[in-house]
Ligand binder design. Structure first.
Ligand SMILES: Cc1cc2nc3c(=O)[nH]c(=O)nc-3n(C[C@H](O)[C@H](O)[C@H](O)COP(=O)(O)O)c2cc1C
Length: 196
């Protein structure tokens, strides 16, 4: 299926993989291979973390029977498109450090790094990863039997190949495009004071 044209404009010479990663909703139901799934987690595994604690926990589904259960954790608006994805994951962050049992204030930050590694690896393999805040956290703990005391449910993730955008509901179809970013000058300030 031809993909939406990438209208993004680079402001500096970074690797194109950053500008080519995006979050489509038109995902094909075609299954991911075990090899592809393991490559996603291999990428995530090498993410950096405070004290190398690796606080991330991915719970994932890739068979129809598993996906059916996992879909119950998605909020309605996400279910409309992510319900077709051949791979769903819920990402948790372990609240306490392994080495001393103290609260890990960087757990969610580090878990975000693992997500981004997975997302970039997906794109390298011709797949798309789409993060979702719109999840039912209580259901994530309950259905996946993950301790809320020990873990924070952070996001859901849908992964798949690009599908047919015409199958999206109308209000999702209009959002099916590459979006833009703030200028580098808005997000990076050199020295002590921003010059206007
Ligand atoms: C933490 C997080 C939560 C998100 N939650 C949702 C969501 O619930 N539903 C959705 O359709 N997209 C969601 N997105 C996708 C963002 O809208 C998207 O990443 C953002 O608009 C930038 O677009 P791009 O990923 O295509 O570059 C989420 C992304 C992140 C990183």
């Amino acid at each position: 299926m031809p993909e939406t044209k990438n209208s993004r404009v680079a402001q500096a010479d970074a690797d194109p993989m950053f500008i080519e990663r995006w979050s489509p909703r038109a995902l094909s139901p075609e299954p991911l291979s075990e090899k592809e799934i393991m490559a996603l987690f291999e990428a995530a595994r090498w993410a950096p973390s405070a004290y190398n604690d690796q606080p991330w926990l991915f719970r994932y589904a890739a068979t129809e029977a598993e996906l059916k259960q996992f879909r119950n954790i998605l909020m309605e608006r996400n279910l409309l498109w992510a319900g077709k994805a051949p791979f769903l994951a819920f990402l948790f962050a372990r609240r306490k450090f392994n080495h001393n049992g103290q609260p890990n204030n960087w757990a969610v930050f580090d878990t975000g790094a693992a997500w981004m590694s997975l997302a970039l690896q997906a794109r390298k393999m011709g797949l798309y990863a789409h993060a979702m805040a719109g999840i039912k956290k209580e259901e994530a703990y309950r259905i996946l039997d993950v301790s809320e005391e020990d873990y924070e449910a952070v996001i859901g993730i849908a992964v798949g190949r690009y599908g047919d955008p015409q199958l999206l509901p109308e209000n999702e179809l209009v959002r099916e495009k590459y979006n833009m970013r703030r200028d580098i000058s808005d997000i990076a300030v050199k020295g002590l004071k921003k010059t206007e």
